[in-house]
Design a protein around this ligand. Structure first.
Ligand SMILES: Cc1ncc(COP(=O)(O)O)c(C=O)c1O
Length: 325
């Protein structure tokens, strides 16, 4: 992966895929939960070209499969996705000339469906009441029936997923904090982010605490995160790596995303809101430390949802003015 720093001028000849990785780390300062001796930073993953952390995993999954021959342009890449991975696969497959088919629960946000289609991928919907597990079961069956047609990217069980974060996200965070990080907080979906970043950070410093964030109930609105106790466990998930696991409510995730936008000017999605809520719980217990929380995607992915309510209707501001003759 030859990522270009987003703050540098883009060299002539750079392509979309050069803008995966090297995302900024912002200092979070305007939350009263942060004690004086504690620093809190947010890794803003919507700065990736496809708008989410999943660009990193999808690029590595595709590159590894192309390298060892599991994938070539006469096969179709297929996977189940809550949306962000689908956008990443569709974008990368468009650049590399690989057919792409995404399977997702029908209730994922409309923005995601439209963006995946915009990149030319086929979209198949599964029953929203079966959640992401329903999409997983459908793809498993289809890929098993047609092994010659499909490359099943299988983000939940593919080690390339966490290795992307081991080789990029982890080193970036360590470098950006000058090796001072003491705690890393991230939501768990496939768990690729936490498994990869966590393993890398522990290699640098075994004392770094790893805090996983999950929805606090099976049926929730924290798109992208999994309630591990009730879900099909991702094969790449190793709970023993974690120092702590926090359960966060949908409403807390939404409210914290709204606070973040209002206070810090950072427009993140609700899984980032939930992760930040968890990070604020962690910092509130500390006297000193350097805490990094990962924000997987941006708020604009959820404009059609209740995360960002429309301002209440008001009379038109110019209603009482006489037209100028
Ligand atoms: C919005 C969002 N948040 C969080 C995650 C979780 O990341 P990971 O799959 O690396 O655990 C995802 C993954 O799909 C996501 O789309």
């Amino acid at each position: 992966m030859h990522a270009v720093n987003i703050h540098s001028d883009s060299p002539i000849g750079s392509t979309a895929l050069d803008y995966v990785g090297n995302t900024p780390l912002f200092k979070i300062e305007r939350f009263e939960e942060i004690p004086a001796g504690v620093e809190l930073y947010a890794k803003a993953e919507w700065f990736n070209i496809g708008g989410s952390v999943k660009d990193r995993a999808a690029l590595r999954i595709i590159d590894d499969a192309l390298r060892d021959g599991r994938l070539n342009s006469s096969k179709t890449l297929i996977d189940s996705t809550s949306g962000n991975t689908g956008i990443a696969y569709a974008l990368i497959c468009a650049v590399k000339g690989i057919p792409c088919e995404m399977v997702m629960p029908e209730n994922v946000s409309e923005e995601r469906k439209r963006i995946i289609a915009a990149h030319g991928a086929k979209v198949t919907y599964t029953d929203p009441f079966e959640g992401s597990d329903g999409a997983i079961r459908y793809v498993r069956e289809l890929a098993a029936q047609h092994p010659e047609k499909y490359f099943y990217a299988n983000q939940y069980n593919n080690p390339s997923n966490w290795k992307a974060h081991y080789d990029t996200t982890g080193p970036e965070i360590y470098r950006q904090t000058h090796g001072r990080i003491t705690h890393f907080v991230a939501g768990l979906g496939t768990s690729g982010t936490m498994m990869g970043v966590g393993r890398r950070l522990r290699n640098y410093n075994p004392d770094i605490e790893l805090v996983g964030v999950q929805p606090d109930e099976p049926f929730n609105g924290l798109e992208g995160l999994k309630h591990m106790a009730s879900a099909i466990l991702p094969g790449i998930y190793d709970e023993s790596l974690l120092s702590r696991n926090l359960g966060i409510s949908t409403e807390a995730g939404y409210e914290t995303a709204r606070d973040l936008a209002r206070r810090e000017g950072l427009f993140a999605g609700q899984s980032g809101g939930a992760a930040l809520h968890g990070a604020l719980d962690v910092v509130a217990e500390l006297e000193e430390g350097v805490v990094v929380v990962l924000l997987p995607d941006g708020g604009s992915r959820y404009l059609s949802t209740n995360l960002w309510p429309l301002p209440a209707a008001s009379p038109l501001a110019n209603e009482h003015h006489a037209p100028v003759e």
